[in-house]
Design a protein around this ligand. Structure first.
Ligand SMILES: [Zn+2]
Length: 499
């Protein structure tokens, strides 16, 4: 059977409900909506986790985030590029500067060509002048203002301060945003330099974009100072991950939503550029182009901003679209519940068959959707001499965990670290178990705990297998070294003898 190109486009932090094709009233994503109209749109997609390192485990290896110890690519056998490579594909991965999906976590494995832009730290606020130090200190010092006194006071105060610095010193405190332009230009130069346009092999490609991740874009009519101070606010709350004493002001949430919309507009333009590059290299022919996100983002819902260590539905309900040749799709909507793990299976199946044909039959029989995560804070990480922020490659059984199970129209969340259960509807409204949900709750409780125990066993096996492999490798390496030494000795002796 003739193979097909497979292109996976992941957009970090893209929420489903902000896209026109999923019912958003504003027209901010015409390109994505157009692709959805021509291709296949998955109506009911769940992320298997609420943040990057956990969700990408499911997208790229088809496993649950907690099925193996730690983040990253633990075993390459199930890793998408590795499988495609074994089938004779050329593989290319370009990941927009997100350390959580970099080479450090093993995401470079199986790719012929892989870029993660992690060779040098790029940041607009890294300027080594005293002013930047002052503003950084100010930002940290003002953190508590937003928690204690309230966000409106914080924005009022800090944005004016930033404005003064801008006007007085001409110093721009707007943070570095990773633009899609870098990914696309890297892709173009890679395709050019390798002459891939004339290559008969099929291609598996993974492109990851950070344009929708905070810091968000700056909408028209909003000052840089306001954007900057709202960015600080999001950043603080994302890291703190706790509800502030004073709820976020509604007017401020509205501003943040406008910024988020702008990020989607920017990304949508990026996709247009990307499609024209792909089409120029004839990579849209006999191809399946998957577009999905790793998780959503909180924009003031539940009193929170960002996306860390949480399993709210704003984070779990994601978009998934597959674009294929114009003729093959045409308004196909798949309504059954699927998770990122099902999309992983589809990505593999699309090597041989278009997704628009595959979905004529049910692609999964998910009655239950599990989402989960390790929720420990990140440590420090170095890569190519530069410091980044994570060093939790090997999380063990002591790591704190968070689980959720969605079944029908109910959700059960379990915080393993404090043994707390939350029984809710699909909008995270807490339900009274004693009212009418007792049997459902008991049933879900049982299912969730069976899942947790199975995963615990899986982690143990994965770890043992990993250790065994490492030991075998060590023994083989030693044997090789020994035989090399012997050869060298013999060569030395014969040299001596011939003298
Ligand atoms: Zn992410």
């Amino acid at each position: 059977m003739a193979k097909r190109n497979v292109i996976l486009i992941t957009i970090d932090s893209l929420r489903r409900d902000f896209l026109g094709c999923y019912g958003y009233a504003e027209n901010i994503s015409p390109v994505i909506d157009g692709l959805a109209e021509k291709g296949v749109r998955f109506e009911n997609v769940w992320a298997n986790s609420g943040n990057t390192p956990n969700a990408f485990k499911s997208i790229m290896t088809g496993k649950y985030p907690l099925q193996e110890p730690g983040y990253g690519v633990f075993e390459k056998q199930d890793y998408l590029p590795y499988i495609f490579k074994k089938e004779g594909y050329r593989t290319i991965g370009i990941v927009a500067g997100n350390p959580l999906v970099s080479r450090y976590y093993g995401y470079g494995k199986g790719f012929d060509i892989f870029f993660d832009f992690m060779d040098k730290r790029e940041s607009a606020i890294e300027t080594k002048n005293s002013l930047s130090k002052i503003t950084t200190a100010l930002r940290h010092a003002c953190k508590w203002i937003s928690y204690q006194i309230g966000t409106s006071f914080y924005v009022f105060f800090i944005s004016r301060l930033y404005e003064l610095i801008r006007k007085g010193y001409g110093y721009d405190v707007w943070p570095h945003r990773f633009s899609y332009k870098k990914v696309i230009s890297q892709l173009e130069s890679t395709l050019n330099s390798n002459n891939w346009a004339n290559c008969p092999d099929k291609i598996f490609m993974w492109l990851h974009f950070m344009d929708v991740h905070h810091p968000y874009g700056r909408p028209e009519g909003m000052s840089e100072s306001i954007c900057q101070c709202l960015h600080d606010l999001i950043n603080f709350q994302d890291r703190a991950n706790r509800v502030p004493k004073k709820r976020i002001n509604v007017a401020i949430t509205a501003k943040i939503r406008r910024m988020y919309e702008q990020s989607i507009r920017d990304m949508d333009c990026g996709l247009k550029e990307l499609l024209s590059v792909l089409s120029r290299y004839r990579l849209l022919e006999d191809s399946s182009v998957f577009i999905l996100s790793d998780h959503g983002d909180l924009l003031g819902e539940h009193g929170l901003l960002g996306h860390r260590r949480l399993l709210f539905n704003e984070l779990l309900k994601i978009p998934a679209i597959v674009y294929e040749d114009e003729s093959s799709g045409s308004d196909k909507v798949y309504r059954e519940p699927v998770s990122q793990r099902d999309i992983y299976k589809l990505i593999l199946l699309s090597k041989d068959r278009a997704v628009s044909k595959l979905i004529r039959e049910p692609i999964s029989y998910n009655e239950e959707i599990f989402s989960e995560m390790y929720c420990d804070e990140y440590g420090g990480m170095f890569m190519d001499g530069h410091k980044y922020f994570i060093n939790l490659f090997k999380l063990d059984e002591t790591a704190r965990r968070l689980y959720s199970l969605v079944k029908g129209d109910k959700k059960l969340t379990y915080q393993q670290y404090n043994n707390q259960y939350i029984f809710s509807d699909l909008f995270d409204n807490v339900l009274d178990i004693s009212q009418n949900g007792k049997l459902v709750y008991q049933d879900m409780f049982k299912i969730l705990h069976q899942h947790i125990h199975k995963e615990q066993a899986d982690r143990k096996i994965a770890k043992q297998r990993h250790l065994l492999r490492a030991t075998v490798k060590k023994v083989v390496d030693n044997l090789k070294m020994n035989s090399k030494d012997k050869e060298q000795d013999m060569a030395g002796e014969s040299k001596f003898a011939s003298r």
